[in-house]
Write a protein that binds this ligand. Structure first.
Ligand code: 13P
Ligand code: SF4
Length: 320
């Protein structure tokens, strides 16, 4: 029996039987290649279920992937996620070869700001610490004092103990954290193209159509959307909420694959599924991962001078 045959049981709730023969050959090849290459696959919560549940070794939110990347002992890390995640893995574990299956897997937040923008902000607002979301390039991280993710943004800002900080580049995460902490935040006009599209009216309609539904929202959503939710947190915090509270019916106001991946683990929870796709995350596919392991492309590297400074900002975050 092929390795993939036993894996189907795990994902049968979200992958129809007729689709499985398309995935199985790539899954078998990837499992073999991982052994041959001494590689591990780190996968973000937004990967599709055949990646998340069938070939990934480590899964999680941005924070968990950064922490786990540091501990990888295998020779090769394949990042099933977007480019900034691969860069973060590389700076935290520079001796490893870090590969990404598609170099175009970017992020609207990372694309919204450059290192020169950060230098100008530092000149304009001297003395304010610069907190940079991990959804940025290594060059931008290198100009920052400390990084944060959606899973620790509040703790990072509070740890600084100052009344005013600069927080880049997500205007909505910044607004949500400012409300939670009472710290004044100078923000940047970046936004996530997936989460900015949700609206309060959409949430109200979901509640009207699905009585009793519990609404979980990602903090990259605008504050007025978060106001309509029962809980806001990172993708890992949303997954933990479902695990702990086992709501009868739930809706995740975030990227589409998240609900599929958690639904596999919670057969008794009814998932209402409006969602927005992240085109960048969806550039990572099984054939892409297979090709990446076959050809050992695309390697992610960072100029040493940038890597060292960027890594300092990420390590300060991980130390909190
Ligand atoms: P988290 O998984 O850290 O919540 O981030 C969401 C996201 O949009 C990553 O691209
Ligand atoms: Fe970037 Fe949003 Fe896609 Fe995450 S979901 S990678 S923040 S565009």
């Amino acid at each position: 029996m092929s390795a993939s045959a036993s894996l189907y049981k795990r994902v049968q709730r979200v992958i129809p039987p007729m689709e499985w023969p398309v995935f199985a050959p790539d899954i078998d090849a990837i499992l073999r290649l991982k052994r041959e290459r001494n590689a591990v696959i780190l996968a973000h919560n937004y990967m599709t279920p055949e990646i998340f549940h069938c070939v990934a070794d480590i899964v999680g939110d941005s924070l968990a992937l950064a922490r786990e990347a540091q501990r990888v002992e295998a020779d090769i890390i394949v990042m099933a996620g977007v480019h900034f995640m691969a860069e973060t893995a590389k700076m935290l574990n520079p001796a490893k070869t870090v590969l990404i299956p598609n170099l175009e897997a970017g992020c609207s937040l990372a694309a919204s700001i450059t290192a020169a923008d950060v230098r100008l902000l530092r000149q304009k607002y001297p003395g304010r610490p610069i907190v940079t979301y991990v959804n940025t390039s290594a060059e931008v991280k290198a100009e920052s004092d400390i990084c944060c993710t959606s899973g620790n943004a509040r703790r990072v800002v509070e740890s600084l103990g100052v009344p005013e900080v600069i927080m880049l580049p997500d205007q909505y995460l910044a607004a949500n954290v400012a409300r939670e902490t009472g710290v004044k935040i100078i923000s940047w006009a970046g936004s996530c193209e997936v989460h900015e599209r949700f609206t309060p009216a959409e949430i109200r309609q979901l509640r009207a159509e699905n009585p009793g539904v519990v609404v979980l929202a990602h903090p990259e959503c605008p504050p007025e959307v978060v106001d309509e939710a029962d809980f806001a947190g990172s993708t890992a915090a949303m997954a933990d909420y479902v695990t702990e509270k086992q709501p009868g019916r739930v809706v995740l106001i975030t990227e589409c694959s998240m609900a599929d991946n958690i639904a596999v683990l919670h057969p008794k929870v009814d998932f209402v599924r409006p969602c927005n796709l992240c085109p960048h995350m969806k550039r990572i596919t099984l054939p892409g991962i297979r090709a990446c392991l076959e050809t050992l492309t695309h390697e992610v590297t960072i100029a040493p001078a940038i890597a060292q400074r960027a890594c300092t900002a990420v390590e300060r975050m991980l130390a909190i």
